[in-house]
Design a protein around this ligand. Structure first.
Ligand code: FAD
Ligand code: A2P
Length: 258
């Protein structure tokens, strides 16, 4: 294999716009759950065409997993969406990111707030035992336009009922998937469902309290800004690796979205 090449072991298409895939893990790669790396394919001149991707697998996993959008004219994903088991991708083994436990102060409840592919880093955090050592409860709010876009997240939540996570995670994860443009059990934007108190009422849980609650936020630029404002209005402060506080934010992508 070429330098930094990893072999694709599995690809799952969730709908016409979303897929996930697994690749071999470089033996020397260490990462913290929630971090991202640069991955890609060679372009037509053989030069690496790389994009930032959250590692969706937890830090203990043998293989790496990624959850991806398919952008019709996207330089990378117009091609990446066609990968198959046995193909190779490029992976630069330099993980970074702010959606990590080290950037949060200790607390009792962890809120994971994502739109779209912003769920990817939380697929990692949710499958990390450390999450359940650090927090008593985890509340997952994932919002998409339509129900098919929630399928990958639902499967990850379902997988928490399997070994090795079932013993530690069971009964401690509250899952609140919502759609905004198609009918489903729970509807509405994350910001609205927190501001109105609907999510507290539907799940039967206490409101966000800066003394005990921590949050990780991952979505579009506009979503991140609005959630940041909302959390700050509730008394939480944004943290970083160098200065752990009550919440952390990362972009799910750069640009306006699809
Ligand atoms: P690009 O030229 O990169 O993007 C074209 C346009 O498509 C963008 O301007 C934007 O408007 C839209 N777009 C790009 N990505 C998305 C997206 N994920 N959701 C909605 N609209 C989008 N993408 C993933 O699919 N999964 C990830 O785990 C992921 N993690 C990221 C982590 C970070 C820190 C950042 C900055 C970006 C991440 N991205 C992720 C986005 C990713 O880097 C690429 O933008 C994406 O793969 C599309 O690449 P492209 O070359 O096909 O199109
Ligand atoms: P809505 O359908 O009301 O715009 P997108 O695909 O545009 O990135 O949006 C993904 C999901 O995030 C959609 O359900 C969308 O709701 C929601 N969303 C987009 N922007 C915001 C925001 N600023 N605050 C809260 N939710 C948002």
């Amino acid at each position: 294999m070429a330098a930094d090449a990893q072999k694709v072991t599995e690809v799952i298409h969730w709908d016409e716009n979303l897929f996930s895939f697994r690749v071999t893990r470089p033996t020397t790669l260490r990462f913290r759950s929630g971090e991202f790396v640069m991955i890609g394919l060679p372009d037509e001149n053989g030069k690496p065409l790389l994009r930032a991707y959250s590692i969706a697998a937890p830090s203990w996993a043998d293989e790496l997993e990624f959850y991806s959008i398919k952008v019709a004219n996207g330089p990378l994903t117009s091609r990446l969406q066609h990968i198959k088991a046995g193909d190779e991708i490029i992976l630069r083994p330099k993980p970074v990111g702010t959606l990590v436990h080290d950037a949060l102060l200790p607390g009792k409840r962890l809120w994971l707030l994502a739109t779209g592919t912003g769920f990817a880093p939380f697929a990692s955090i949710l499958r990390d035992l450390e999450t359940y050592e650090r927090f008593e409860e985890v509340i997952v709010m994932h919002t998409c336009r339509k129900t098919s876009e929630l399928a990958y997240g639902a499967e990850i939540i379902e997988s928490l009922n399997e070994e090795p996570l079932n013993e530690i995670a069971q009964g401690r994860v509250h899952y609140y998937p919502t759609t905004t443009r198609e009918e489903s059990k729970y509807m509405g934007r994350i910001t609205d469902n927190i501001s109105s108190g609907k999510v507290y009422a539907d799940l039967g849980i206490a409101p966000i309290d800066p003394a005990s609650d921590r949050a990780m936020v991952c979505g579009s630029y506009a979503f991140n800004i609005d959630v940041k404002r909302l959390l700050e209005s509730l008394g939480l402060r944004e943290g970083a690796n160098s200065e752990p506080r009550e919440f952390v934010v990362e972009k799910a992508f750069v640009g306006e979205g699809l």
